[in-house]
Design a protein. Structure first.
Length: 391
């Protein structure tokens, strides 16, 4: 079902809401073609990630994708959905949010618009959102250049109240122009020497094999190793919310299959004397390596397999011409060892001008204060994990 924006004369540009899962399913080719032509060309906005997320986590939510066309050609998409009220989380109102928010940790979410068409398309999207009159909540937005920032300013022109707040940072390694030796030299003598010392010790004490998944037969067993190692690492640290449910397993099994078929999957298993000691789960898209998750066996902790795997996968990334190795959200200490750059993420909330919008704003303020107090009382490992995930 597609709902027209408004009655009136036909024009070259049209904007409408898409709420039908079948219509979403049919958009794969034109969605990805548009993404490549946009400034928002990241893995988490591909149709494959977005549609798989919707299929897995969309129960209870309603699609509310804004689709903008010019003469029938797709030139803009706002990949939104309606999240229902959740009184247990002190959210007594419905919210427009990005597909991919919350579960599975999608970063760099944004509207997708063909380059050069931004002003007119943002105006059309803003008009539809204003007519709908629901709170707009955007998480994991790039602070520097996201279009959702510009959209929130458009909504301000309609009398909306908008609020920006810090969300997280994404440490990154800029690899453009580097070889492995030149990158290691840039780490500094002590860090580079420390890495090589650990690497020599591991190779001296174990038979070491780094296996990369390249076939469908390898994919699911390697993914299960990742799940097991990740959960084993976190079981004495308050648990992890990355792979702790059947839904999350289902999502990653489905998306990793698509990613392997597209050539994006980078799933590695490190074996020491034949035993799985560590795993890294990432993706390579548009010459960016996304370090998504990892796990290691605490029994091998003295050999630092997780730490060494980061170095190994950075070296592999350089060899295949990757320009950026992105650790994604969270400022864990191990990331700072490798990173030479970071991307700031924001949260943007926009509230309609009417009374209900003001009440929603006050309700969100109360919720944020309660959440901050609860997190303050949590044990440090759990609190740090929740703050880094920001889900």
């Amino acid at each position: 079902m597609q709902e027209p924006a408004a009655a009136g004369e036909m024009s070259a540009m049209t904007a409408e809401w898409v709420s039908s899962p079948d219509a979403f399913a049919s958009m794969q080719m034109e969605w990805n073609d548009l993404l490549v032509e946009s400034r928002a060309n990241v893995l988490f906005l591909t149709w494959e990630w977005q549609y798989t997320w919707w299929r897995t986590f969309g129960t209870g939510r309603q699609l509310a994708i804004v689709v903008v066309r010019r003469n029938g050609k797709l030139i803009g998409v706002a990949p939104l959905l309606v999240r229902p009220r959740c009184y247990s989380r002190l959210i007594p109102y419905r919210v427009l949010e990005f597909i991919g928010s919350g579960s599975a940790g999608s970063d760099y979410l944004d509207v997708i618009i063909r380059k050069g068409e931004e002003n007119e398309v943002l105006g059309a999207i803003g008009k539809l959102i204003d007519q709908r009159g629901m709170v707009l909540e955007a998480k994991a937005v790039i602070a520097e250049y996201s279009l959702i920032n510009r959209l929130s300013r458009r909504l301000s022109n309609f009398g909306w109240y908008t609020r920006e707040s810090g969300f997280s940072n994404c440490p990154r390694v800029i690899l453009d122009g580097h070889t492995w030796p030149s990158y290691m030299a840039g780490l500094g003598k002590s860090r580079a020497a420390g890495y090589r010392r650990k690497e020599r010790r591991m190779n001296r004490n174990f038979r070491v094999d780094l296996d990369q998944v390249t076939t469908e037969e390898q994919r699911d067993p390697a993914l299960q190793i990742l799940f097991d190692l990740h959960l084993k690492r976190w079981e004495n640290r308050g648990g992890s919310s990355a792979f702790h449910t059947a839904q999350l397993h289902e999502f990653h099994r489905e998306f990793s299959a698509l990613a392997l078929a597209r050539g994006w999957l980078r799933l590695y298993v490190l074996r020491m004397d034949g035993r799985p000691a560590a795993a890294v789960y990432g993706f390579c898209y548009q010459r960016t390596f996304y370090y998504y998750q990892a796990g290691f066996d605490p029994e091998f902790n003295q050999s630092s397999p997780g730490f060494l795997m980061v170095g190994m996968t950075i070296q592999r990334a350089i060899e295949e011409g990757v320009l950026v190795y992105d650790f994604l959200r969270g400022e864990e200490l191990y990331k700072s060892f490798w990173a030479n750059d970071q991307q700031e993420l924001l949260r943007i909330d926009a509230f309609p001008w009417h009374l209900r919008g003001r009440l929603c704003s006050r309700s969100m303020n109360i919720r944020n204060r309660v959440k901050a107090l609860v997190q303050k009382k949590m044990p440090e490992p759990i609190r740090s994990r929740i703050l880094s995930e920001n889900s």
